[in-house]
Design a protein around this ligand. Structure first.
Ligand code: SF4
Ligand code: SF4
Length: 161
């Protein structure tokens, strides 16, 4: 197995609802992926076919096969070693865990199911100043960790929410 496949296997952040919200299928892919998508030809993350790696790797949608984050490209181009890439993935997962901890103690309930959409929902709330002043204190730490996540994603994965 190549290092690029291995880094994705060690990562999985595309598939588990962390960094991507949904996958769109091409019309000609639908017959072989029956049951995976909705009437619009999309499926939301976390992907039902993800279990410590893609369980339909050979049959995975085109969009999944084509997507390459900056970290994967850097490993492929040998600009980043496999071990350094694994460390970056670990760092993202730690920041995600910190954010989830903060989210668990929030005084507001978010509608979104996946981590990806929760972050988008939070950013919208912040941007629209929808947090009541008396609740702002609850969000200080959360905003700090979200900023760290943004910075690391942009720097190492060439991705943003
Ligand atoms: S985020 Fe990058 S390294 Fe992780 S699974 Fe997706 S493409 Fe692979
Ligand atoms: S089909 Fe496979 S590669 Fe695509 S999102 Fe699901 S688990 Fe990931």
């Amino acid at each position: 197995m190549s290092e690029s496949s291995s880094i994705c296997l060690a990562c999985g952040l595309c598939c588990d609802g962390t960094l991507i919200g949904f996958v769109q299928l091409n019309p000609d892919e639908k017959p072989k992926l029956d049951g995976l998508f909705d009437e619009n030809g999309i499926f939301l993350q976390p992907c039902k076919k993800y279990c410590n790696g893609c369980t339909i790797y050979e049959e995975r949608p085109l969009q999944c096969g084509l997507f390459k984050c900056g970290l994967l490209k850097s490993v492929e181009q040998k600009e980043v070693t496999f071990d350094a890439a694994v460390e970056s993935v670990k760092e993202i997962k730690l920041l995600k865990a910190s954010i989830e901890l903060e989210l668990a103690s929030l005084t507001i309930a978010l509608d979104s199911k996946s981590f990806f959409y929760k972050i988008l929902e939070l950013k919208k709330l912040f941007n629209l100043n929808k947090i009541k002043p008396e609740n702002m204190e609850d969000f200080v730490q959360l905003k700090l960790v979200m900023q760290k996540l943004d910075d690391l994603l942009l720097k190492e994965f060439d991705l943003t929410f």
